[in-house]
Design a protein. Structure first.
Length: 205
């Protein structure tokens, strides 16, 4: 009889304590919410919003993936005497223009030539008529390539008055081709224009 009474007493009091336990648990989670404990529950730095309201995409600088293109600044300086002037004729869309320009800089360095500001050919296919100065900051371009290849806005009058000798390099396969076939033309005419080997096809320009 005594055990039955004790069981009833304990069961009755447990039923009374259950609501209090639930209330205490709810109060604990409310007090531990992000609003009351920002240092623990705050989002990582890469997910937080900046004071200006824009989302911070990267928490750290991605040094492993993004590096400045500065390897050429430690290259051997070009000889002071040049073999002539080269103008790069670039064709195609913006990506093709960029590719032709990079190839042309390499060719000018290889042949020890002074590079005239590139010419962006008007291409009906791409519906684009911008010139080099419309796309690039000319002064910045000249400054950034200084020491690797010489780039000039103007040439001596006796050279600028004549049209450059055109050299089609689209079938060249390596630097030996340029040295063996393009360099003699540069030495003879002193001013040549060339289309890099990987230039956009003529049927799309």
């Amino acid at each position: 009889m005594w055990s039955t009474a004790a069981w009833w007493w304990a069961h009755h009091h447990i039923r009374l304590l259950l609501p209090a336990l639930f209330l205490a648990a709810a109060l604990f989670f409310f007090l531990a919410s992000p609003r009351s404990s920002p240092s623990f529950f705050a989002l990582p730095a890469s997910r937080e919003h900046s004071p200006s309201g824009s989302r911070l995409i990267w928490a750290q600088r991605r040094l492993a993936e993004w590096r400045p293109c500065e390897w050429w600044q430690t290259a051997m300086p070009a000889p002071s005497t040049r073999n002539g002037y080269i103008r790069i004729d670039c064709y195609g869309g913006l990506n093709q223009l960029r590719r032709d320009l990079c190839d042309g800089i390499a060719v000018a360095r290889l042949l020890n030539a002074t590079m005239v500001l590139p010419k962006f050919e008007v291409a009906a296919y791409w519906n684009e008529s911008s010139g080099f100065a419309d796309v690039f900051d000319v002064d910045h371009f000249i400054e950034q390539t200084r020491g690797y290849v010489e780039v000039v806005k103007d040439m001596p009058e006796e050279i600028s008055l004549k049209e450059p000798f055109k050299v089609d390099c689209r079938k060249r396969k390596g630097h030996f081709d340029y040295v063996e076939t393009v360099l003699p033309a540069l030495l003879e005419h002193r001013y040549i224009s060339l289309t890099p080997a990987m230039s956009q096809r003529k049927d799309r320009s």
